[in-house]
Ligand binder design. Sequence first.
Ligand code: OGA
Ligand code: NI
Length: 371
Amino acid sequence: MLTSPVVSPSKETTSLVFDASILQKETNIPSQFIWPDHEKPLLEPSPQLDVPPIDLKAFFSGEPHDVSNATRLVNSACQEHGFFQVFNHGVDVKLINEAHEMMNLFFGMPLLEKQKAQRKFGDYCGYASSFTNRFSSKLPWKETLSFRYSADPNCSTIVRDYFLNVMGEDFSDFGRVCQEYSEAMSKLSLDILELLGMSLGIERSHFRDIYKDNDSIMRLNYYPPCQKPDLTLGTGPHCDPTSLTILHQDDVGGLQVFVDQKWHSVTPRPEAFVVNIGDTFMALSNGLYKSCLHRAVVNRDSPRKSLAFFLSPRMNKVVRPPTALVEDENSRKYPDFMWSTLLEFTQKHYRADMKTLDAFSNWLQMERNKI
Ligand code: OGA
Ligand code: NI
């Protein structure tokens, strides 16, 4: 069943519930979804971003020409905007398709069913839509289902267990697919980290070692069709606070990146994953690689799905750039921090946007000066 949003008061005083099955019949959308004029999407098509496609299989062949080709492309894309795509990535197409089918199944359920996995206030896991988080204006036109993945061998069934606990036995297949998909994304991220390490001229295993026990977040994004796509956004402009994002978008399109003062669209390539640098990796590269502003627009006709794996280090890992990227301590762009502190900052104090990393650095310095 295809959904449209309905707004009704919920337990939380000011918040409302976004039920996707009724609002489509309305002519207008609730005012909370209407973005200010300067942030509204343009109706005409945006220019396309040149997102270099990287052949991972060729990179891993070790053939010097392929290796230098891949590292050169990644280096310039990451210094410029932080977006590239990988293909020949080794992830089973069947698994990707299964994950999309599972998403159709989940988001197609009635609101009450989806709410079994309702995200709790201050938590980052669970089912959420605009009105269930802490903001009441500039709301994104989407529903999400997020869950934690850990590469720690002691947590090898963490995703499956989560779905069994919150959704029950009927979701064991759903949990299995989400577990397998997250594992595939973790593995792919570690491969990409070797490429990133080489592209920065440092030891190829350096970043892989940092993230081998990653504690990441997987998010399923579902954007229902919207009768007023020119007034709202599916995801507002933001930089990902996490380290790397590995995104698989369906063939509908909607992802946009802000480069050279303009929004550019990223054309979907179902055989590829879009990779982007997040704030934490930007700090880890001492600001060399960019975490770039991006957003998602919605459309009138087709629901859109994307699967985002947000690679993050273990919670208490200290984020500190390798010495080769730091001339001396004065050339450090960001202070040392633990990932858990940045995560908490974005959960409790700050709505992720293009200035998250700077705001976080300043906040951290202030907090440290208090001691
Ligand atoms: C995100 C994001 C873009 C998309 O989930 O952080 O930027 O295309 N998603 O869904
Ligand atoms: Ni994002």
